[in-house]
Design a protein around this ligand. Structure first.
Ligand SMILES: [Zn+2]
Length: 345
């Protein structure tokens, strides 16, 4: 399965696909997801909140509505005492994504992620993971999805299981790796090598998501783009990582015990930085350009506009000429106004 002839392949043929994720982080900030477990209980408890965020991303230009089934797998639901809600949560997540996607002609992606149950030294865990993916993606396929996003894979071995289950269901798959370690997956494959193996096994799209911000994901994605034949995805977190702290988990700030995951705000990328990333990734030949944890709809709109698009939310894009102090008309009337604003106490 290469994705040929699929809705995903058709969309990729039309140009850069813009993705938007980070649902769990954003819904946590809004009070609908508990940090720690990060299980998307809001899908059942506050479906309107999930729908609203889908719609915000759609209006901002996202081409794909990703069903919020991240961490909605058996292992995680058991931990929060909601295993009996597993099927309902997975089905409902796809329905919510589909409803909003239909409002703007977006694709619908099913979603699976790392399970924390996989151990390359213990073959039995592969069967456990396979069973979890099979039930999640079986329900998703039943509800109707265009493709699968299998993401934040720490292990190549676990990523391959997600790909195989997708293929068994006849669904194209985008498989992306987490890059929490400097150079290799947790089962010891260089990130480029792991992407080549995934591409060789028929993934429609391979690449990276989460963990790294634009600055530290771009150099790695450039190497992947050079080395694989299929489409490539890059969905960084919207945080300012750098060489010293290449992942959001490794960011540190003075006076703060732990930055990740609850005190990342000072490291947030601006909309302009994410717009620059979108252009840089597109220019590298990345086909699926997106954003992960830390994303807000303002980032996505800026990325869409940087890619040359006018989107529904562009109606409210900035017009700083209308600003009462920053606008040209205002400053010509009162040249001191801006100076007064800039006084430091
Ligand atoms: Zn993320």
């Amino acid at each position: 399965m290469t994705g040929t002839g699929s809705a995903l392949a058709d969309r990729l043929a039309q140009g850069t696909v813009l993705g938007a994720e980070g649902y769990v982080f954003e819904l946590e900030r809004r009070g609908y997801v508990k940090a720690g477990a990060y299980v998307p209980e809001a899908v059942l408890d506050f479906p309107d909140a999930v729908t609203e965020l889908h719609r915000e991303f759609l209006r901002a230009g996202a081409d794909v509505m990703v069903a919020l089934t991240y961490y909605a797998h058996r292992e995680k639901l058991r931990q929060v005492g909601r295993e009996s809600d597993l099927e309902a949560m997975n089905r409902q997540a796809v329905r919510l994504a589909r409803e909003v996607a239909a409002e703007g002609g977006a694709l619908v992606a099913g979603n699976v992620c790392n399970t924390w149950a996989y151990d390359p030294q213990d073959a039995a865990t592969a069967d456990v993971v396979r069973a979890m993916y099979a039930e999640q993606l079986g329900w998703a396929a039943d509800e109707g999805i265009d493709f699968v996003i299998a993401e934040t894979n720490d292990y190549l071995g676990e990523a391959l299981i997600g790909l195989e289950v997708s293929q068994e269901l006849g669904l194209p798959a985008m498989v992306t790796l987490a890059t929490t370690r400097p150079a290799k997956t947790w089962d010891g494959y260089g990130y480029v090598e792991a992407c080549k193996i995934l591409a060789g096994h028929g993934a429609a799209i391979v690449g990276l998501n989460c963990d790294r911000g634009p600055a530290t994901m771009l150099p790695l994605i450039a190497r992947i783009r050079d080395q694989v034949d299929c489409a490539v995805a890059a969905q960084p977190v919207a945080y300012r990582t750098d060489e010293a702290s290449p992942t959001m988990e490794s960011l540190r700030a003075e006076g703060v015990d732990r930055v990740f995951p609850l005190a990342l705000d000072p490291f947030s990328c601006t909309r302009f930085e994410m717009a620059d990333f979108a252009v840089a990734a597109r220019d590298l030949g990345v086909s699926y350009v997106g954003i992960c944890c830390g994303a807000g709809p303002h980032h996505v709109r800026a990325m869409a506009e940087a890619l040359g698009r006018k989107v529904p939310a562009s109606k409210y894009s900035p017009s700083m000429d209308l600003h009462p102090i920053l606008g040209a008309a205002a400053s010509s009337q009162d040249p001191d106004a801006l100076d007064a604003w800039n006084v430091t106490l």
